[in-house]
Design a binder for this molecule. Structure first.
Ligand code: NAI
Length: 735
C-alpha cells in the first residue's frame, strides 16, 4: 500500500527552494495539505520576498494539490502555525528545513554571523515546533523533522557557527523524542546531502545537479507517516542512500580506587584503554550513558551489592584475569558492629511479621528466646565485597560494571549473637573460566574476637571476562545441588510486600537498583528488583520454620543459585524436599511460575545437636558475686526495700548469647528475698543481660538506660519498674 498523507496538514519551512521545495511537492502529491513557508531571502539571510513560496504553491495547485503560502521568518513560529490552522484547521507534521549560511573561519566569525545562524536554524526550529506542540499533544499525533548537517556531526572548516547550531538541533530533537513519545509525537533528525544554492559554492556543478533533492524527500515522508514508529533517530541521506547514525562508546576504564584521590596520572596511565574501541558499547539512552558511572559509584562509594544486571550481558568486558596472581589474595578485613536493631530490621527485611506469633522471637528484643535469623550471617560479610576491595586485587583486571551475583553459600559455626562486633576476612578462593564469563569465588570468614562465627562463599560472575584459559570447575566451589525428582514434601507461599526491597536495603545493601526506578531502568528492569539475598532470607526462614521449629541453633548452612529477579510485591513459593538433615529447596515466583532460586539447600543440625552446649548453671560468673552481695543487703534492709520498690525482678544472665543463670529478687513478698532460679509466679519485670554487661552496669561504667537502648539489656514486663533498678544496684550492690 502506498503511503498516503490524505487529511494531514504539513508545514515545511524554507520550502521556497532547494530541498524544502521538494518536500512540499512530495507531501502534496500524496494528499497532504501543505503550508509552504519561505522568507524568500538570500543565502546569507538578507532580503525578503514572497515569490519563492508563491511559486511552489502554484506548482502544487497546478497539479491539483492543496497548499498555502506563508512568508514569515521561522523566528515567528506562531504565525506559521496560525497559517496552517487558518487554512486547514490543524497541524500534523512540521519539517524544520529553513536555513542560511554565513561561513567564516572561526577567528573571523562576527557576533552577527553567529547570532543570525542560531536565530534561523536553532531558534527558528524551536519557535515553530513549540507553536505546533500543544496542537499535536491534544490530537495525540505529530511528526517533527529537524534538519542537521554533516558539518555539525563531524565539524567542517569555516562553519563553526553553522556546526554549533546544527548539532544544537540534534540535541533538541533528542529531548522532543522523549517528551513527545507518550503523545505519539515523534521527532527525527536528518542530515541531507543535496545540490542546492547552499552547496553550489562548495561542490562542482555536475555533482550539485546529480545530488537531487528528490533523493532526500522520501526518507522525510516515511519518517512523517503515521505508520513509521521511528522516534529520536538520526539519518544521513543523499543520492538515494540512507544511513542511520548512533553513538558508540569505548568500554572505558575506572581510574579511581575506593578512598583514594583520582589523579591525572591515573588517567594518563589508562589512556589507551579509555580510548580503545574494541568491544565498544552502543549507548542509546541517557540512562545507559550514566550506567557505567553509577556502577562505579555503587562499587566504590555506595556499598551496593553486586547485582544481576541483564544489560551487562550486551557488552563484553575486557578480560585481564590471571588466576595465578589473584587466587589466595586477601581483601582488607572489615568490621561490622550491630545491636538487636539490625537483627530485627533484617528479620523484617526478609518478610517476618508480627502477624505470625512464631516470628516474635526474631522481632522483639524482649522475647525470652530473642534470636538473630541465621541468614543475617551474610550481612557482616558482604561489606568485604562492597568496599570495592575486589578492584584492587592484582590479576583481577575486570570491568566491575559487568558483575552478577551468581551464587551464595553460608555456613554458621554457632548461632549468631544478637549484638556485637564481627570482623570479616575475605580471600579469593578461585577464579574460573566459564567461556562466556569468569567466576570469582570469594571466601569470607567472619569472626567474633578469635572465634569463627560463620563462613560465606560469594560466587561472582563477570560477564565477558572468560576465555583467559583457566579451569572451568573448582574443588573449592560449594556447588548447587538439584532437588530430588519427586513432589516436594512441603510448599510454603509467602508474599513479599511492595516495600520489601525498600526495607531490606536498610540492612546494608544500598544499591539503587533496588529502590530507584530510573536506576533500575538503566539495568533493563521495569521497576526496582528485590535483592537476591532477600529471597534467600525468605527461603531460609521457610525451611527453619517448617523443619527446625524456628530454632536458629539447628541451622547449619545454606546454598542458593540466583536465577531470576523477583519484583517486590510478588509471592515467593518455596518448595522443600527433606533428605535426612538436608532440605533441598527451589523457590519460584508464584505469579509467573519462574524459578528464582535453584540448586538450593539448607543443612540442619540433627535435633540432638540442637540443645545449647556450654550451658553452665551459673558457674564461674562474675554476676554471682553481685547477687550474693544483693542477697546480703536484702537480709538487712528487706522490709524497707519492699516498701520502696514492691516488685519481683527476674534476671536472666547470658554468656555468648545463651542463658546461663537465672535469679529472682523478690522485693514484694514477705520481707524480701533473693534466690537463684526463676520466680515461681510471674515476675513483674524480667531483665536479660550478659554477665559482662551486668558487671559494667553495677560498676557504674554502663548506664542502664543506655544499655537498654543499645540492646545490651533487655526488659520484659513492666518496663517502668526497671527504673527502680538503679536504686537497688547502686545502693545495694556496691562492691
Ligand atoms: P536552500 O537555501 O535551497 O533552502 C533553504 C530555504 O530556507 C531557502 O529557500 C530560504 O529562503 C529559506 N529560509 C532562510 N531563512 C529563512 C527564514 N528565516 N524563514 C523562512 N525561510 C527561510 O538550502 P537547502 O540546501 O535546500 O537546505 C535546506 C536545509 O538543509 C537547510 O537547513 C540546510 O542547512 C540543510 N542542509 C543542506 C545540505 C545540502 O546538501 N543541501 C547539507 C546539510 C544540511
Amino acid at each position: 500500500m502506498s503511503l498516503s498523507f490524505e487529511g494531514r496538514v504539513v508545514l515545511v519551512t524554507g520550502a521556497g527552494g532547494g530541498i524544502g521545495r521538494e518536500y512540499a511537492l512530495a507531501f502534496a502529491e500524496r494528499g497532504a495539505s501543505v503550508v509552504v513557508n519561505d522568507l524568500g531571502g538570500n543565502v546569507k539571510g538578507g532580503g525578503k520576498s514572497s515569490a519563492a513560496a508563491d511559486k511552489v504553491v502554484e506548482e502544487i495547485r497546478a497539479k491539483g494539490g492543496k497548499a498555502v503560502a506563508n512568508y514569515d521568518s521561522v523566528e515567528d513560529g506562531e504565525k506559521l502555525i496560525q497559517t496552517a490552522l487558518d487554512a486547514f484547521g490543524r497541524i500534523d507534521v512540521v519539517v524544520n528545513n529553513a536555513g542560511i549560511l554565513r561561513d567564516r573561519t572561526f577567528a573571523r566569525t562576527s557576533d552577527l554571523d553567529w547570532d543570525l545562524i542560531h536565530r534561523v536554524h536553532l531558534r527558528g526550529s524551536f519557535m515553530v515546533t513549540r507553536a505546533a506542540w500543544n496542537h499535536m499533544k491534544n490530537q495525540k499525533f505529530g511528526r517533527i523533522i529537524m534538519t542537521t548537517s554533516a558539518a555539525g556531526i563531524y565539524g567542517n572548516f569555516g562553519q563553526a557557527n553553522y556546526s554549533a547550531a546544527k548539532l544544537g538541533l540534534l540535541g533538541l530533537a533528542n529531548t522532543l523524542a522523549i517528551e513527545g513519545r507518550k503523545y505519539n509525537i515523534f521527532c527525527n533528525t536528518v542530515a541531507p546531502l543535496a545540490g542546492s544554492r547552499l552547496t553550489e559554492t562548495i561542490m562542482p556543478p555536475d555533482i550539485v545537479a546529480s545530488l537531487k533533492p528528490e533523493y532526500v524527500a522520501p526518507l522525510v515522508l516515511w519518517l512523517c507517516h503515521e505508520q513509521c514508529q521511528e522516534n529520536g533517530g538520526l539519518f544521513e541521506v543523499g543520492a538515494g542512500w540512507i544511513g542511520k547514525l548512533r553513538w558508540e562508546r569505548s568500554q572505558g576504564r575506572t581510574v579511581r580506587q575506593k578512598n583514594q584521590p583520582m589523579t591525572p596520572e591515573a588517567v594518563r596511565d589508562q589512556w589507551d584503554k579509555i580510548c580503545d574501541f574494541t568491544d565498544a558499547a552502543k549507548i542509546r539512552t541517557i540512562q545507559e550513558s550514566f550506567q557505567s558511572c553509577m556502577n562505579v559509584l555503587s562499587q566504590l562509594d555506595l556499598e551496593g551489592e553486586v547485582s544481576a544486571n541483564p544489560t551487562a550481558a550486551a557488552a563484553s568486558a575486557t578480560s585481564g584475569i590471571n588466576p595465578a596472581e589473584a587466587v589466595g589474595q586477601k581483601l582488607p578485613p572489615t568490621t561490622f558492629s550491630f545491636t538487636h536493631t539490625q537483627c530485627i530490621l533484617y528479620a523484617l527485611g526478609v518478610g517476618m511479621s508480627t502477624k505470625d506469633p512464631d516470628h516474635l522471637r526474631f522481632l522483639y528484643e524482649g522475647h525470652q528466646d530473642f534470636s538473630c535469623l541465621p541468614t543475617f550471617g551474610v550481612i557482616p560479610s558482604q561489606a568485604a565485597m562492597m568496599d570495592g576491595g575486589l578492584s584492587s586485587i592484582p590479576g583481577l583486571n575486570i570491568d566491575f560494571t559487568q558483575v552478577l551475583h551468581g551464587e551464595q553459600y553460608l555456613e554458621l559455626y554457632r548461632p549468631l549473637p544478637t549484638s556485637g562486633k564481627l570482623t570479616s576476612e575475605a580471600t579469593i578462593a578461585d577464579v574460573l573460566d566459564k567461556g562466556s564469563g569468569a567466576v570469582i569465588l570469594l571466601d569470607v570468614n567472619t569472626y567474633s574476637g578469635d572465634e569463627l562465627v560463620c563462613y560465606n562463599q560469594f560466587s561472582v560472575f563477570v560477564v565477558g571476562a572468560g576465555g583467559f584459559g583457566g579451569r572451568r570447575t573448582s574443588e573449592k566451589a560449594k556447588a548447587p545441588v538439584p532437588p530430588p525428582k519427586r513432589a516436594p514434601d512441603a510448599v510454603v507461599i509467602d508474599s513479599t510486600t511492595r516495600d520489601q526491597a525498600a526495607l531490606y536495603r536498610l540492612s546494608g545493601d544500598w544499591n539503587p537498583l533496588h529502590i530507584d526506578p530510573s536506576f533500575a531502568a538503566m539495568g533493563g528492569f521495569k521497576a526496582p528488583i528485590l535483592h537476591g539475598l532477600c529471597s534467600f532470607g525468605f527461603a531460609a526462614r521457610h525451611v527453619l520454620k517448617q523443619f527446625a521449629d524456628n530454632d536458629p541453633s539447628r541451622f547449619k548452612a545454606i546454598k542458593v543459585r540466583f536465577v531470576k529477579p523477583v519484583m517486590p510485591g510478588q509471592s515467593l513459593q518455596t518448595e522443600m524436599w527433606k533428605e535426612g538433615n538436608r532440605i533441598h529447596i527451589q523457590c519460584k515466583v508464584k505469579e509467573t511460575d519462574a524459578v528464582v532460586l535453584a540448586g538450593a539447600y539448607v543443612d540442619l543440625h540433627g535435633t540432638s545437636e540442637a540443645s545449647p552446649e556450654n550451658l553452665t548453671k551459673g558457674g564461674g560468673l562474675q554476676s554471682e558475686l553481685v547477687f550474693a552481695e544483693i542477697g546480703r543487703r536484702i537480709k538487712d534492709l528487706g522490709p524497707e526495700l519492699v516498701k520502696k520498690v514492691n516488685a519481683v525482678f527476674g534476671w536472666e544472665i547470658t554468656k555468648d548469647g545463651k542463658n546461663v543463670a537465672e535469679w529472682t529478687i523478690d522485693l514484694k513478698n514477705g520481707g524480701g528475698s533473693l534466690h537463684q532460679g526463676p520466680y515461681s509466679g510471674k515476675a513483674d519485670v524480667t531483665i536479660t543481660v550478659s554477665d559482662e554487661d551486668f558487671m559494667e552496669v553495677v560498676q557504674g561504667k554502663l548506664n542502664p538506660q543506655k544499655a537498654f537502648f543499645s540492646g545490651k539489656l533487655k526488659v520484659r514486663g513492666n518496663i517502668m519498674l526497671s527504673q527502680k533498678l538503679e536504686v537497688i544496684l547502686k545502693d545495694h550492690a556496691r562492691l
